[in-house]
Design a protein around this ligand. Structure first.
Ligand SMILES: [Mn+2]
Length: 383
């Protein structure tokens, strides 16, 4: 079913080797890539692959390499991603990762042109590698950057609210493909991936659904040859995503993690976690949680580490948020931050899970996710 997609990714590896040969010679060369965000969740990865494939269908001469913004080794932590890719015979060998990006950046005369999907600014860990942003398709808050470079390259700059960024990627290319019969026929090969990302991002079309997501789902159904049991697919992906058994707590922290440099002074890491703090505490005990967080803060030179949990227990969807501050920073910073966030997120402290350096809250406003909380923290820091 995804024959053409796999064939495309395989051929891309071949032509990419040729492109690199040119780069290694004295002539300057370009690598065109599409890259998802550093959390590398299902949406980011699917948006990346879909963008590269759909762009190829419309212009086979303009090849974009799909880059996943994590080390290849870390893909296995994302069990929903592995499940979906495996079920469509997409091996991780067919994709590109952070280490590839690093290697390309070392080539003497190679410029990397990048389309950003599922984020609209270059994460600070990529700032030295990615300079030219030539297109953006995203559903996060618009930070207003790269307008000129995108315009110069006549790329898209689509930043719009959507449950899933994959819906925006699909919409953009689907409209372009309408006049191209061949492209239209081949789109369906990437639909199973798009559908997976949409279902996970919207909890089976129950949360955060925007008009563009609904339209995308309708089109996916029309494009799929056989009727798809979306509920079953969602359940499978959900189970895989929520399965963090056997992972170290350190891996749980970095599995879905984003880092933000607010002001130049404050570095904040936000880890999304699929289980409650109680669940984590039952497995790792309090001392282990605190020491792992402390180590994580050190390793990543963070000022603040934030854990955001979202989980369903007894059919009730809940969220929690926990904070740990760098022991060298003024503890007052955390107090003021929590005071600032409390009314926005409707926070209620969970005394039993909190300690002097680890503060844990029920987040009664379950509508707010990292997408909103990161800008809140930024506003607070700027104040
Ligand atoms: Mn996304």
């Amino acid at each position: 079913m995804v024959g053409r997609l796999v064939k495309f990714l395989t051929q891309l590896k071949g032509s990419h080797v040729n492109a690199l040969k040119k780069c290694s010679s004295k002539d300057s060369c370009f690598l065109n890539i599409v890259c998802g965000n550093e959390s590398a969740d299902l949406d980011s990865i699917v948006s990346t692959i879909a963008y590269a494939y759909l762009s190829f269908l419309n212009d086979p001469s303009a090849l974009l390499l799909p880059v996943i913004n994590i080390p290849k080794e870390d893909l296995k932590l994302r069990r929903d991603v592995c499940y979906l890719l495996d079920s469509h015979s997409i091996s991780s060998d067919l994709l590109y990762f952070k280490e590839d990006l690093r290697n390309w950046s070392k080539l003497p005369s190679c410029d990397i042109n990048c389309v950003l999907v599922d984020h609209n600014d270059i994460p600070h860990t990529n700032k030295d590698v990615l300079l030219n942003v030539v297109g953006i398709v995203d559903h996060h808050k618009d930070v207003g950057l790269h307008t000129e470079s995108v315009e110069t390259f006549s790329g898209p700059r689509i930043i719009q609210t959507a449950g899933s960024c994959s819906s925006l990627v699909f919409d953009y290319w689907f409209k372009i493909s309408k006049s191209n019969e061949q492209a239209c026929a081949a789109i369906k090969d990437v639909v199973p991936l798009l559908l997976g990302a949409l279902l996970i991002d919207t909890d089976d079309m129950k949360h955060k659904v925007e008009h563009i997501d609904t339209v995308a789902l309708e089109e996916y159904k029309k494009l799929s040859q056989e009727s798809v049991d979306t509920n079953r697919l969602y359940q499978k992906l959900r189970e895989a995503k929520d399965d963090i058994n056997g992972l170290y707590f350190h891996d749980i922290l970095r599995k879905d993690y984003k880092e933000f440099n607010f002001n130049p002074e404050t570095r904040c890491g936000i880890a999304s976690v699929v289980k409650s703090i109680q669940w984590i505490e039952r497995r790792f005990d309090k001392a282990n949680i605190e020491s792992t967080c402390t180590k994580y803060i050190e390793e990543n030179s963070l000022d603040i580490l934030v854990l955001m949990t979202s989980f369903t227990e007894n059919d009730i969807f809940s969220k929690q948020i926990a904070f740990q501050i760098n022991p060298n920073r003024d503890p007052q910073l955390l107090k003021s931050l929590v005071n600032d966030l409390a009314p926005k997120l409707d926070l209620v402290k969970i005394e039993s899970l909190s300690s002097k350096c680890f503060e844990c809250y029920d987040q009664k406003n379950t509508k707010m996710s990292r997408k909103q909380v990161a800008p809140f923290i930024e506003e607070f820091i700027h104040k």
